[in-house]
Design a protein around this ligand. Structure first.
Ligand code: NAP
Length: 445
């Protein structure tokens, strides 16, 4: 490959989910405001999926968003943007209908469609089916080469800045592996679509968060003769704290407070407000499930079972089902359950950004607790040999607090990253030729 074949961008985004989509829009709006060409930010986003999709395996027909539609891709940063959810509704002639719906929490399928609408308008700056395999520093330290596997071979783009926003990966309990009948909720709709049992007898769902409760509700409705066993540590599902004052933990201002706080205070705040987001369920869904169980009890046909204060002590998967031994922790009693499938709704963890950043990741600095050092502007601190900017969207809860992985902050966070990148592009260094990469790259010659 010759130097002329390598395109150089001010920013290359890895991943094109809601976070980098919000960033792409923020860059477009920044560029529209620039009167001088040199202030404009050139950007390209690489996404491994072949089209835009956001947790498609959990798009239940009746599931609603857990955040206000005002926390869309743009509104908190620029209420006048025409990429807002309200603009989307207007463009689809549904604004009046939505207003009459009187909700702040649209259906997830509708919000997903909103994302797709915005992503389609950004199609010129995205390359789908591009799986980033390495980020290699370029001699001099002002650039990195972002290397991606594509259906047409390896492709390299050069970047002054990189924004990593690759979302979360599913977390299974230690020793549990996904298999034909052992699922994580992330894939539940895909798994069910492939499932060919006419009248399944039983499902086990592990966990007591929003995903678990939605999975229980979905399976209970979808398979009207199956028993659904909800297994979790706590005594009962607990409601998400979405009360007015506590909800301020998601405000942009809270990020400033959190970022500057001492480590023990950060931990204290996180622990106090964990129940705004983690291991909690929307109050209405709890009531709905309770109502169903109560009605079944009255009718003498109970099939929604809450196996509380319990855990799965043994799991034996087979190609056509599983056997799960559930232990009731207060008594030690054990019950063996034969099930068609078990769903682990046991949460998510951020993807390790340094793994994804490859050679550049090895130059990222860490603190005494081995956590990545990251600036208020979401820029990773790196060894002085690397001056190209590496920005992280997600995976910075330890620095920025609860919103680091959440949609709530994506609009404002994007604006902050754009401001940081814009400040650096004014005195851009000239791009070095391709031969200046210090690392040998397989298949890229
Ligand atoms: P979560 O809130 O982290 O809940 C995970 C659950 O799994 C907890 O009950 C946890 O138990 C349990 N668990 C974890 N490890 C376990 C293990 N080894 N063995 C047994 N149980 C284990 O995850 P989530 O429910 O997927 O929710 C994650 C985020 O997605 C939240 O922000 C949620 O609001 C969001 N979400 C949104 C929607 C929506 O918009 N409609 C739908 C689903 C999820 P502990 O109680 O002991 O922690």
């Amino acid at each position: 490959m010759s130097a002329a074949d390598i395109n150089v961008y001010d920013l290359v985004g890895i991943g094109f989910g809601p976070s980098n989509l919000a960033l792409a829009i923020a860059i477009e709006e920044h560029n529209a405001r620039c009167s001088r060409d040199e202030d404009r930010i050139s950007a390209l986003f690489l996404e491994k999926q072949d089209d835009f999709g956001w947790h498609r395996g959990m798009l239940f027909d009746d599931a609603t968003m857990q955040v206000s539609f005002l926390k869309d891709l743009v509104t908190m940063r620029n209420p006048a943007s025409d990429y807002s959810f309200v603009s989307y509704l207007h463009a689809h002639d549904r604004l009046a209908d939505f207003i009459n719906y009187k909700t702040m929490y649209p259906l997830r399928v509708e919000f997903h469609d909103y994302f797709r609408w915005a992503a389609a308008r950004m199609r010129d700056v995205v390359r789908y089916s591009h799986t980033v395999t390495d980020v290699a520093p370029v001699t001099g330290g002002d650039f990195v080469d972002v290397i991606a596997a594509t259906p047409d071979g390896v492709r390299t783009v050069r970047a002054r800045n990189v924004s990593v926003a690759v979302g979360l990966e599913s977390s299974l309990p230690p020793g549990v592996e996904s298999s034909e009948r052992v699922w994580h909720n992330l894939d539940i709709l895909h798994r069910v679509a492939e499932f060919e049992v006419a009248a399944p007898q039983r499902f086990v769902v592990v966990g007591a968060g929003q995903s678990a409760a939605e999975s229980v509700s979905f399976l209970h409705s979808r398979y009207p003769t199956a028993e659904i066993c909800s297994v979790f540590f706590r005594y009962g599902y607990s409601p998400a704290d979405d009360s007015n004052f506590a909800n301020r933990i998601f405000d942009p201002k809270a990020v400033d407070v959190y970022y500057d706080a001492p480590a023990d205070v950060k931990r204290m705040l996180f622990d106090y407000h964990r129940n705004t987001n983690y291991s909690v369920v929307d109050g209405e869904l709890i009531q709905d499930l309770y109502r169903r169980q109560y009605a079944e009890g009255l009718q003498g046909r109970p099939r929604l079972r809450m196996l509380n204060a319990s855990h799965v002590a043994e799991l034996s998967p087979r190609p056509d089902g599983v056997r799960a031994v559930v232990e009731h922790l207060p008594t030690g009693d054990r019950e063996s359950l034969e099930a068609d499938a078990i769903v682990f709704a046991t949460g998510y963890r951020p993807v390790d950004a340094t793994r994804l950043l490859g050679a550049a990741g090895a130059l990222c600095l860490r603190d005494d607790e081995n956590l990545l050092r990251v600036g208020r502007d979401y820029r990773l601190q790196t060894d002085e040999r690397l001056r190209a900017g590496l920005y992280l969207q997600g995976g910075t809860e330890h620095a920025h607090g609860m919103t680091a992985t959440l949609l709530s902050a994506s609009a404002v966070r994007s604006g902050e990253i754009v401001a940081s990148v814009a400040a650096s592009v004014a005195d851009r260094p000239p791009a070095p030729p391709a031969a200046d990469r210090p690392f040998a790259l397989i298949g890229d010659r």
